[in-house]
Design a protein around this ligand. Structure first.
Ligand SMILES: *Cc1c(COP(=O)(O)O)cnc(C)c1O
Length: 557
C-alpha cells in the first residue's frame, strides 16, 4: 500500500489517486453478479484515464465510447476496436467515419436518422456496421414510486414508436447497416438491487417483443447497467447478489441462444467499476471565519472536482484529514472552532466554487494539511470545469500495490483551426482533429460528454423560469422574514427593491443564475440549519419563491 499522505509532497496537490487493484476488484465482483459469460462494457465517460482503461481492458472489459477522444483513449488502453460499442445521441458524420476507419463496427443507434447516417457512411466505405437500436423502454418498473410508465427521453427511441418503424428501419437507405439487436440504458446509479433487476428484466422482455414486431434477428443484446457507487462521500459500492440467477432464468426463457453465444448479452458500467478506486487528495490553503461560518479554503475546486457543481448541483462531499501528522500551519494560523457550520470552498473566484456546504463533520484543520475526498474515481477529473479560471488540472496518479504506475496532468491546449478544417454548412462534417488529438484534447472531449448520462435531468434549473415581474407580488407565501431576506441578499434585482417578494415571482427575472443558485442554497441551508438533498433540486424548485419555500418546508419537516 502506498501512503497517500506522502503523495502531494512528491507529485503536487491536488492529486487524484487511482488504485488499479480496486478497479480489478470492482470488475471481478460485478462479473460475478452477472450472467455467466456476459460481456461487460466499460463506459469511458466515467474516467478515460489510460491506466484505468487498460486495467479494465486487460480484465476482459470492452470499451463503450461516445466520442473520438474516448476512441483514442480506448485504443491507447489496448482495446480491440472490433469489440467497441459506439454510443451517443448526436453522433456526427465525422466521428462515425473516424470510428469506422479505426475498426469500430458496432454502433448503438438512437433513431432512424442516426441509423441512416451510420449506414450511409459504412456503405461509402464498403463495410457493414452492426447496429443496436437504442430503446427507451415503456415497461413499468417493478418498484413503487419510480417509473411507472416510460419517461420522455433524449436517448433512444420509444419502444412503442419503434414498433411502427419497420419500414423506416429496413429501407434501401439503411444498406450498410445491419440491425443486430437492442440497447437499453434506462437507469443510473441504482442502489436498490431489486429495482435494478426489475428494470433489466423489463428490458429483456421489451427486446423479446420488439424482435418479433420488427423482425429483427437478435445476436447482440446490450442491457445497459445502472450499477451504483457512492460519490465523494464515504461508503461501499452496493453488491448485486440477486441479479445473476434471475437474469439467467429470464434469458433462458426469452433468448435461449445466449448460453451458446448465438446471442451476446452485454452490460455497461462506468461508476461502479472505477468510482471507489479514486481518492482526491487536496490541501487546505486557508481557514477563515466569517459571521459564524468556517470557510475551509482548499486548493481543489470545481475545476478539479465538480462538473456537477458547475451545472447547479452541489456535491455533498466529505473530506477527512489523512492519518499522517498534520502539516504545521503558519504561526498565525487562525484558531479553528469545531462544531461551526463549515463550507469547503475551492480557489476559484466565484461563490459557485463550493464543494461542501452546511454543517460538515470536518474536524479542526490548519493550512497545509492534506485532506482526502473518497470515491471520486468516476466523474472526477474529466467531469469538472477544467478550463474555468485557467488553473492547472489536478495531478492524476495511478497506483498498483506499492507502485506508482503513472503520474500525469491533463492540460487544455489551444490549437489553431485552419479554414480547411471548418465545415461548410451543406457538406457533411469531416473527421478531423479530435481523433488524432493529444491525450489532453481527447480527454477534454470525454469531459464534455461526461454530463449526459451521469446527470440526466439535472439541467440548470434557472433556465426553466417563467417570465414575469419580481415586484408587485403579494406576500402570500406564508414565510418568515428570513426567507425573503436571503433572496434579497443574493439576487441583485431584489436587493434594491422595496417591493414585496411575491410567491410566484420569477426568480430568473430576479437574477437567479447558476452562480446565484449555489449561493441561495448555501444561505438557506445555513439560515435554516438544514441540508437539501440534491435529488430535490429540480428545475421547478428554482422557478419561484414559492417553489423554494415549499422545498424548504419539505426538508425542515
Ligand atoms: C453514462 C452511461 C453509462 C455509464 O453510466 P454509469 O452510471 O457510470 O455506470 C453507460 N451507458 C451509457 C449509454 C451511458 O450513457
Amino acid at each position: 500500500m502506498i501512503e497517500y499522505d506522502a503523495l502531494p509532497a512528491i507529485y503536487g496537490s491536488p492529486a487524484y489517486v487511482y488504485d488499479l487493484d480496486r478497479v480489478d476488484r470492482a470488475r471481478a465482483e460485478l462479473v460475478e453478479s452477472l450472467p455467466a459469460g456476459a460481456t461487460l462494457l466499460y463506459s469511458l465517460k466515467a474516467n478515460p484515464h489510460v491506466a484505468v482503461v487498460r486495467t479494465l481492458v486487460e480484465g476482459g472489459c470492452r470499451p463503450e465510447i461516445s466520442s473520438t477522444g474516448e476512441l483514442a483513449a480506448a485504443l491507447q488502453g489496448g482495446g480491440e476496436p472490433a469489440g467497441f460499442v459506439y454510443t451517443g445521441p448526436g453522433k456526427t458524420a465525422g466521428e462515425i467515419a473516424a470510428a469506422l476507419d479505426a475498426g469500430v463496427r458496432t454502433f448503438s443507434v438512437e433513431s432512424p436518422t442516426d441509423l441512416r447516417r451510420v449506414a450511409g457512411i459504412a456503405r461509402g466505405r464498403g463495410v457493414t456496421a452492426r447496429c443496436l437500436l437504442r430503446v427507451n423502454g415503456a415497461e413499468a418498473a417493478g418498484h413503487a414510486g419510480m417509473r411507472m410508465t416510460g419517461a420522455a427521453s433524449q436517448f433512444g427511441t420509444d419502444a412503442e414508436l419503434l414498433a411502427g418503424m419497420r419500414a423506416e428501419l429496413t429501407g434501401p437507405d439503411t444498406d450498410g447497416a445491419r440491425i443486430v439487436g437492442f440497447h437499453f440504458f434506462p437507469v443510473t446509479n441504482a442502489i436498490d438491487g431489486d429495482a435494478l433487476l426489475a428494470e433489466l428484466l423489463g428490458s429483456i422482455r421489451t427486446a423479446d417483443r420488439l424482435r418479433t414486431e420488427l423482425g429483427v434477428e437478435v445476436t447482440q443484446l446490450d442491457l445497459g447497467g445502472g450499477f451504483a457507487c457512492p460519490f465523494a462521500t464515504p461508503g461501499e459500492r452496493p453488491r448485486y447478489p440477486g441479479l445473476r440467477v434471475a437474469l439467467e432464468a429470464e434469458l433462458d426463457t426469452r433468448f435461449p441462444g445466449w448460453r451458446t453465444g448465438e446471442v451476446e448479452v452485454a452490460f455497461e458500467s462506468g461508476r461502479h467499476l472505477v468510482g471507489d478506486s479514486g481518492t482526491l487528495l487536496c490541501s487546505v490553503s486557508d481557514v477563515k471565519h466569517s459571521r459564524g461560518t468556517r470557510f475551509v479554503v482548499l486548493d481543489a475546486g470545481i475545476n478539479h472536482l465538480g462538473g456537477l457543481s458547475g451545472i447547479g448541483r452541489l456535491l455533498p462531499l466529505s473530506a477527512t484529514p489523512l492519518a499522517g501528522a498534520p502539516v504545521p500551519g503558519p504561526a498565525d494560523a487562525p484558531a479553528d472552532g469545531p462544531g461551526e457550520p463549515t463550507r469547503l470552498v475551492g480557489p476559484l473566484c466565484t461563490p459557485a466554487d463550493t464543494l461542501g456546504r452546511g454543517a460538515t463533520e470536518l474536524p479542526p484543520v490548519t493550512p497545509g494539511q492534506v485532506l482526502a475526498i473518497p470515491n471520486v474515481g468516476a466523474y472526477g477529473a474529466t467531469a469538472s470545469l477544467i478550463g474555468f479560471l485557467s488553473r492547472p488540472g489536478a495531478v492524476e496518479i495511478a497506483v498498483r500495490g506499492a507502485e506508482v504506475v503513472s503520474a500525469t496532468r491533463l492540460e487544455l491546449v489551444r490549437t489553431p483551426v485552419t479554414a480547411a478544417g471548418t465545415v461548410p454548412a451543406a457538406a457533411p462534417d469531416t473527421a478531423t482533429g479530435t481523433a488524432t488529438g493529444t491525450a489532453g484534447s481527447s480527454r477534454t472531449d470525454a469531459a464534455a460528454g461526461a454530463n449526459d448520462g451521469a446527470n440526466d435531468g439535472t439541467n440548470d434549473g434557472t433556465n426553466a423560469g417563467t417570465t414575469g415581474s419580481v415586484n408587485g407580488g403579494v406576500n402570500g407565501g406564508g414565510w418568515d422574514p428570513a426567507f425573503p431576506a436571503v433572496l434579497r441578499s443574493v439576487l441583485p434585482r431584489l436587493a434594491g427593491s422595496d417591493a414585496e417578494v411575491g410567491p410566484d415571482d420569477s426568480l430568473r427575472v430576479a437574477g437567479l443564475d447558476s452562480l446565484a443558485l449555489v449561493e441561495v442554497l448555501v444561505r438557506l441551508e445555513e439560515t435554516y440549519a438544514v441540508t437539501i438533498p440534491d435529488e430535490l433540486l429540480t428545475p421547478e424548485v428554482f422557478e419561484t419563491p414559492r417553489g423554494l419555500w415549499t422545498l424548504l418546508g419539505s426538508v425542515r419537516a
